[in-house]
Design a binder for this molecule. Structure first.
Ligand code: GLU
Length: 396
């Protein structure tokens, strides 16, 4: 069939595909320990649910402003002032159907074909795909487990060329759980001062999940100009609302305005009911702080301790998000397997343990485990995984 030529380069989101595969296996009756899903396991808080029910019952069934209801945009601007110490007007915020659509709108606004986008790998699966869908080019700056999965700023400097349009940042990071240090952000801001044509998307969606120290992000840096910054955030991860699909972007009006045009043509507006739920979530976040963080910290510690006991895995303590990203190169090199993708398949087929390969995030030789499982399941799943690894056929 004569379809869009660029489809040959397009891959499905691996995180979603593997989650669906794990769920389908579980539905067929197999016991699956599902470490794929990048989402909190709890339910959306009661008060947020009630706000949505109230919205349904009070006739909030119509189109909303393309950029989202004004009350929600006001609440987001207030939050931005508190968290980032930046002033945004309601014309400088756009609510979208998930952070993913907000990122897509921003990329569509910024990129021309052939522009280069610097991505720090390991990175979330969708950044490179969205960039490539728009005909722009991805330039990866890789880092290792020894570097704590954050590259040196000098490596980022070397990746910047005349064609560089954008740098995408994500701290806490999906999939590594790395959190940038203030020193890293300071250095980065100094570097970007020398490249006034480079924009930054700062994906702050894991803001709530910082287990040690403070939430550090370039979005807070007073020296980085608002005109070149697009902040992405949302309620999916903070309030266990991944299915409600509410994310948002904050940026200069000259960036938000075209983002609105794009959204008006593609989806009109994000779900009205979800917007009222998100309004309640954001409005009340000081008095009703995230109920999930402590239990994620506890599970992070368990996952780290259990995985550290396996001599062939290398693992570092993630400082944030809800992922752990062990290096499995030694396991693979001792076995008959060639890649982390094969290892994932083996773990799923043989042990019923579903993970995502590091290669999906641009860093082969690793696995991503999203550790938001009930504690008993978490322990059992990791123990089955370790047992499976010990039984892997040795290299001939
Ligand atoms: N961000 C989550 C993950 O990485 C959700 C799935 C997706 O959109 O990729 O698993």
């Amino acid at each position: 069939m004569n379809l869009n030529r660029s489809l040959s380069r397009l891959v499905s989101s691996q995180t979603l595909a593997l989650n669906q595969k794990a769920k389908a296996l579980a539905a067929s009756g197999r016991k699956i320990y599902n470490f794929t899903a990048g989402e909190p396991d709890g339910n959306t808080p009661d008060h947020v649910q009630s706000a949505a029910i109230h919205a349904i019952q009070s006739g909030k069934n119509r189109y909303t402003d393309t950029a989202g209801i004004i009350e929600l945009r006001e609440a987001i601007c207030r939050k931005a002032k508190n968290i980032y110490h930046r002033t945004y007007s309601t014309d400088e915020v756009i609510v979208s159907s998930g952070g993913k659509q907000a990122i897509f709108n921003a990329l569509y606004t910024l990129l021309n074909p052939e522009d280069e986008v610097v991505i720090l790998t390991p990175a979330w699966v969708s950044y490179p795909s969205l960039v490539q869908m728009l005909g722009a080019n991805v330039v990866e700056v890789s880092s290792t487990i020894e570097q704590g999965f954050v590259p040196d700023v000098s490596a980022i400097a070397s990746a910047i060329t005349d064609k560089t349009k954008l740098l995408i940042l994500n701290s806490p990071c999906n999939p590594s759980g790395a959190v940038y240090t203030q020193a890293f952000v300071n250095e980065l801001v100094d570097l970007l001062e020398k490249h006034p044509n480079v924009f930054v998307i700062s994906d702050d969606i894991y803001e709530y999940y910082v287990f040690e120290g403070e939430f550090v992000t370039l979005s807070k840096h007073p020296k980085f100009p608002k005109e070149r910054l697009i902040i992405i955030n949302g309620v999916s991860k903070s309030h266990a609302m991944t299915g409600w699909r509410i994310g948002y972007a904050l940026a200069d009006q000259r960036i938000v305005s075209p983002m609105k045009k794009i959204q008006s043509q593609v989806t009109s507006n994000p779900c009205s009911i979800s917007q009222y739920a998100a309004l309640e979530a954001i409005k009340t976040e000081d008095e009703k702080p995230n109920p999930f963080k402590e239990s994620f910290k506890q599970r992070r510690d368990i996952a780290f301790t259990e995985l550290s006991e396996c001599a062939d895995l290398r693992v570092i303590l993630p400082q944030g998000a809800f992922y752990i990203f062990p290096n499995v190169e030694k396991v693979i090199s001792k076995s008959n397997l060639q890649t982390d993708v094969e290892l994932c398949d083996f773990l799923l087929d043989t042990c019923g343990v579903a993970t995502v390969p590091g290669s999906a995030f641009g860093l082969p030789g690793h696995l991503r485990l999203s550790y938001g499982l009930p504690i008993e399941e978490l322990r059992k799943g990791i123990s089955l995984m370790k047992e499976g690894l010990s039984k892997l056929e040795k290299k001939a």
